[in-house]
Design a protein around this ligand. Structure first.
Ligand SMILES: [Zn+2]
Length: 105
């Protein structure tokens, strides 16, 4: 998968699982990371999602979904949106029950 494919996944997941509510302007790209994924919020409000390059497709997609929860948390103003607090875990559970991970687990 290339950057364009990852971007397309962001849009598809946004449509399928987030009611098209997540911002369109989030930059999404592969990178060499020390973790599977990284979400960065800059001072000007712009956002970047980076996903570790070279992972299998299921890991890429699950990682992207994880970082998209951070985007939603920021959008909704969750107090703990940079961490994996109760709201984060609740959202992850919602996605699981909605079938967002059915293609991979
Ligand atoms: Zn996280």
């Amino acid at each position: 998968m290339k950057n364009k494919g990852l971007r397309r996944r962001y849009d598809v997941f946004n449509w399928n699982w987030f009611d098209w509510a997540l911002p369109d302007g989030v930059e999404v790209r592969f990178a060499k990371l020390k973790t599977a994924g990284l979400w960065t919020l800059y001072e000007d409000g712009s956002q970047l999602i980076e996903v570790q390059e070279g992972m299998p497709e299921f890991a890429t997609c699950i990682t992207l979904m994880h970082e998209m929860i951070h985007v939603k948390g920021n959008l909704r103003g969750w107090e703990d949106h940079t961490k994996h607090g109760p709201r984060f875990l609740k959202e992850r559970k919602r996605l699981l029950h909605a079938g967002a991970f059915d293609d991979w687990i």
